[in-house]
Design a protein around this ligand. Structure first.
Ligand SMILES: [Zn+2]
Ligand SMILES: [Zn+2]
Length: 335
């Protein structure tokens, strides 16, 4: 019989199948790991093509040129100009579509993805996340900053170049508000942080842990919504990436690289999304908020059942996903 598991962080129920005939390897789409050139003349984001988007907001560089560039998203659905305004009457509520939409170009090279960026490069990317998060929250119109990465067509992008997007939005989305309320309730009921408690239990059991570094733990959640879904939690309680310390950024770069390499080699470069769920700089000191990074390889499918019920079906037991990824041997330079 399948088992129903409640994901305490997202408050979603998951039907976890216990089907012994389904193996992690069944989810590999053997169509990828293709060869791409390291530079593409038509790409908006490759080194040498900076003139295509000259409006640069931020950069990290060394003696060889830029390592990371941040530009405004020209095709943003939100406008960077104009005041934060809301209006409405009776049953209608609206707000000005203002917001800040930035694109973080993670590398000058076209053919690299998170798994094969160097730790040094990933550290620069993480430093950029921190700096831009703080800058965007500095805009009084911004209520919440979304940080996400799309990779591959089924993740919702047509760009091949490795990018992260940051969007400062003028309202608090329901999903975020619901989760914050759940963390607050947990804190009220138990006098501690839900994520800190969850980390303790994951480390104690070890069944779903992929990686345990000085400052981070990478694991498949107990009630993972889909196969090979991975969370990376910081061990130090903090509500925001704004107070990441230098040694933590180095450690996160390496934890992210190893985790993404496990997916890259284990599932043959799957399309994926990742998101950083972080509060504002002021939230760093919150007793109940604990930031984390969530990675979802796009290898399953969702059906009308998910849409109609808000419940998910995970055909692979999270423990089996974790075991499969733990057993993936990484080539030199990826550990
Ligand atoms: Zn490119
Ligand atoms: Zn915590």
């Amino acid at each position: 019989m399948p088992e129903l598991r409640l994901n305490l962080v997202t408050r979603e129920w998951v039907i976890v199948e216990k089907n012994a005939d389904i193996h992690p390897a069944d989810f590999i789409e053997k169509n990828l790991l293709k060869k791409t050139p390291d530079h593409l003349g038509s790409c908006h984001f490759c080194a040498g093509n900076e003139d295509i988007i000259p409006d640069e907001i931020y950069r990290i560089q060394d003696e060889n040129g830029w390592k990371v560039r941040v530009v405004r998203n020209k095709f943003s659905r939100l406008s960077g100009e104009g005041p934060h305004m809301r209006w409405g009457d009776k049953l209608q509520r609206a707000a000005n579509g203002v917001g800040i939409h930035e694109i973080i170009i993670e590398t000058p090279f076209h053919n690299l993805t998170t798994a094969n960026l160097s730790s040094d490069q990933l550290k620069a990317v993480i430093e950029t996340y921190k700096d831009r998060l703080m800058a965007i929250y500095g805009d009084p119109r911004v209520e919440y900053v979304v940080i996400f990465k799309n990779s591959g067509t089924s993740s919702g992008t047509s760009f091949e170049h490795s990018l992260t997007q940051m969007v400062g939005i003028p309202v608090m989305p329901l999903q975020i508000r619901d989760r914050i309320e759940a963390y607050m309730r947990y804190y009220d009921d138990n006098g501690g942080c839900l994520m800190c408690r969850m980390l303790e239990e994951e480390l104690q059991s070890g069944a779903r842990v992929l990686l345990n570094t000085d400052h981070f733990v990478s694991f498949v959640p107990y009630a993972a919504l889909s196969p090979f879904h991975v969370w990376i939690f910081p061990k130090r309680h903090s509500g925001s990436i704004a107070d990441l310390r230098n040694e933590e950024m180095w450690d996160l770069a390496s934890a992210l690289k190893v985790t993404m390499s496990k997916l890259y080699y284990g599932l043959e470069n799957p399309d994926f999304n990742y998101a950083i769920r972080s509060g504002s700089p002021e939230n760093a000191k919150s007793k109940f908020l604990h930031w984390y990074l969530s990675i979802v390889p796009r290898i399953g499918y969702t059906s009308g059942f998910e849409m109609a019920s808000g419940m998910y079906v995970n055909p692979i037991q999270p423990e089996a996903s974790a075991q499969y990824l733990r057993n993936i041997k990484l080539p030199e330079g990826h550990t």
